[in-house]
Design a protein around this ligand. Structure first.
Ligand code: AMP
Length: 224
């Protein structure tokens, strides 16, 4: 699956933390002819680099709470103004509140475009907790692994770039419980925003990354 399909798509990958949005977005970029845009990755980069935004966001991200809508929406609007995402993008981790969904609609409308389809990845809560507890990532290149489901070839080292893998601070078990509560309270209501506009499609997020990718492709292609 590495040929662009039927032209770029403006896709939102939606779902609770740990359902596989980042993994799927990375793998599907070529197929959909659309770059992966992850607000979590952008915020972590800002924190690492110590930018003013990173300084504002750091404590909030580490606690597993949401960064204020205005900050995140400004970051996304700036990213969506770049030429590589004019025809298509795969948004991961945004929008996370109804306010952000409205901001996204407005930002795209200003450029004469709109979201084409929203894929809601569904994974049972017990499996989400296991996925997050075992998740490891490469701070250098962003590649994501799992100690049991997708181990690196050499323990704790990134297959792609050799970087030392780390566990995200917000994947600690007590923070994960809080993130899942934040999802239910603030993010799940976004589903209705898209369902009422006929843009939402539910996709089973269980199984191997390839199995899930095939379901996403089928669901998106059926809708356009
Ligand atoms: P993620 O990598 O998508 O799990 O995001 C990691 C963390 O970054 C979240 O727990 C939030 O603290 C912050 N974050 C990412 N995206 C957003 C967003 N759209 N709105 C608010 N905070 C966000």
């Amino acid at each position: 699956m590495d040929e662009p399909s039927r032209g770029p798509v403006r896709l939102v990958l939606f779902g609770a933390p740990g359902v596989g949005k980042g993994t799927q977005a990375q793998g599907l970029q070529k197929w959909f002819g659309a770059p992966h845009v992850s607000t979590g990755d952008m915020l972590r980069a800002a924190i690492r680099e110590g930018t003013p935004l990173g300084k504002q966001a750091r404590a909030v991200v580490e606690r597993g709470e949401l960064v204020p809508d205005a900050l995140v929406s400004a970051l996304v609007a700036e990213r969506l103004a770049q030429p590589d995402v004019r025809e298509g993008f795969i948004l991961d981790g945004y929008p996370r509140t109804v306010r952000q969904a409205d901001d996204l609609d407005a930002a795209l409308k200003g450029r004469g475009s709109a979201v084409d389809v929203v894929v809601n990845l569904e994974v049972p809560p017990a499996e989400i907790v296991e996925r997050l507890a075992g998740r490891r990532s490469c701070p250098a290149c962003g590649a994501v692994y799992h100690v049991r489901l997708k181990p690196p070839k050499a323990a704790d080292l990134c297959d792609a770039c050799g970087g030392r893998l780390t566990q995200r601070l917000d994947d600690a078990p007590d923070v994960v419980q809080g993130r899942l509560r934040v999802y239910e309270a603030q993010t799940a209501p976004v589903l209705e925003h898209y369902r009422s506009r006929g843009l939402l499609v539910d996709v089973d997020g269980r199984g191997t990354p390839d199995e899930v990718a095939a379901r996403i492709v089928e669901a998106v292609e059926r809708r356009r």
